[in-house]
Design a protein around this ligand. Structure first.
Ligand code: ASP
Length: 337
């Protein structure tokens, strides 16, 4: 169990009336139920513990390296993480952990584990059970990076935080849940990815190129803002969050800037602002123009998944054409293809 921070392990500090992280032994003390499983749970605590709004790619690099170093020692890994950026972290690790054949389950909670109505206990206990679950052949049931939250096990790179208040804080609108915890935990075996090989060694790809801008298209967007984000020297790739099935304004100034960025060799990727559904740039003239400019379809990627995929692929190669080609591939179940 790897503890990075987040509400699950926070306590109310009467001094400034905010929530602050407390140490891990206290978390385990709140969950004596874990002792009822015939499992050994070891823990690793990050220092400092952070609110996940402070997550940076360096945390993903540390997590991936830690999992690699301890990979042979454990059947699975549970990562306690704040909810705010959990979907980003789970997406990133899903790409960075290559040949993963063991469960890596992120969880956290909306209420700290010490408060009476906490959702943290159930989330934590079920995440541990899932991380340890095996099929009759002795293989892990869920050899994927996932988020477990409020009874749902979701693929990490398909998940998104949908509520800041409800216990059901995460959904994966484009892909079915991998398991649901009721009286028993029901696994959706067909939906769970299997590794190409159970015995291939885990590789971690920790090199990430973060020169990505995200542009949410909106009525009233100005050419100045557009050009700054798309054509700036520091931008290697742009994630365009477009309308509906991948549409954007059809005004000439808009397309000129997209074409200018494309001519500069920038990687442009199209994801939809909608919570579910896929980009299909062939459907409307406004999407077709983006396709002609060489914008890559993100299909039904989440923004978090697409961003992590860009960081990962750009970290692996300086060749933008190669990056574009690989963006279109389904690498870790992040798109329906
Ligand atoms: N701000 C907190 C965090 O992401 C929220 C949470 O954990 O639910 O660390």
């Amino acid at each position: 169990m790897i503890y990075t921070g987040g509400t699950i392990g926070m306590k109310h500090d009467p001094k400034d009336q905010t929530l602050k992280p407390f140490d891990f032994s206290q978390i385990l003390g709140e969950v004596p139920e874990l002792g009822k499983y015939a499992l050994r749970v070891d823990s690793y605590t990050f220092d400092p513990l952070i609110d996940s709004s402070d997550v940076e790619p360096s945390l993903w690099q540390s997590l991936a390296t830690l999992i690699k170093d301890r990979y042979e020692d454990y059947d699975g890994f549970v990562i306690l993480h704040g909810t705010d950026t959990m979907a980003y972290s789970a997406s990133a690790l899903s790409f960075m952990l290559e040949n993963l054949a063991k469960p890596v389950i992120f969880t956290g909670s909306q209420l700290p584990i010490g408060v009476p109505r906490t959702d943290g206990k159930e989330n934590l206990i079920s995440a541990v059970e899932i991380a340890a679950a095996k099929d009759p052949e002795g293989h892990p049931l869920v050899p994927e990076v996932c988020i477990f939250f409020d009874s749902l096990l979701l693929r990490g790179n398909r998940s998104t935080k949908v509520s800041s208040e409800e216990f059901r804080a995460f959904r994966s609108p484009g892909f079915p849940a991998l398991a649901e915890a009721g009286i028993s935990i029901k696994y959706n075996r067909q939906a769970i990815l299997k590794p190409e090989s159970w015995s291939a060694p885990l590789r971690v790809s920790t090199s990430l190129d973060t020169r990505v801008s995200i542009l949410k298209i909106h009525p009233g967007i100005t050419p100045q803002v557009m050009r700054h984000l798309l054509c700036g020297d520091e931008t290697r790739a742009v994630l365009l969050e477009t309308y509906g099935s991948g549409n954007a304004p059809s005004g000439q100034w808009f397309l000129d800037i997209v074409n200018e960025a494309a001519a500069m060799g920038k990687v442009l990727m199209n994801v939809t602002q909608c919570l579910s559904g896929s980009v299909n740039m062939g459907l409307y003239a406004t999407g077709k123009a983006l396709e002609r400019a060489g914008v890559v379809s993100g299909l039904d990627s989440t923004t978090e998944g697409a961003l992590a995929k860009l960081f990962y692929l750009m970290g692996k190669s300086d060749d933008n054409d190669l990056v574009k080609a690989r963006l279109a591939e389904n690498l870790k179940g992040e798109i329906s293809k």
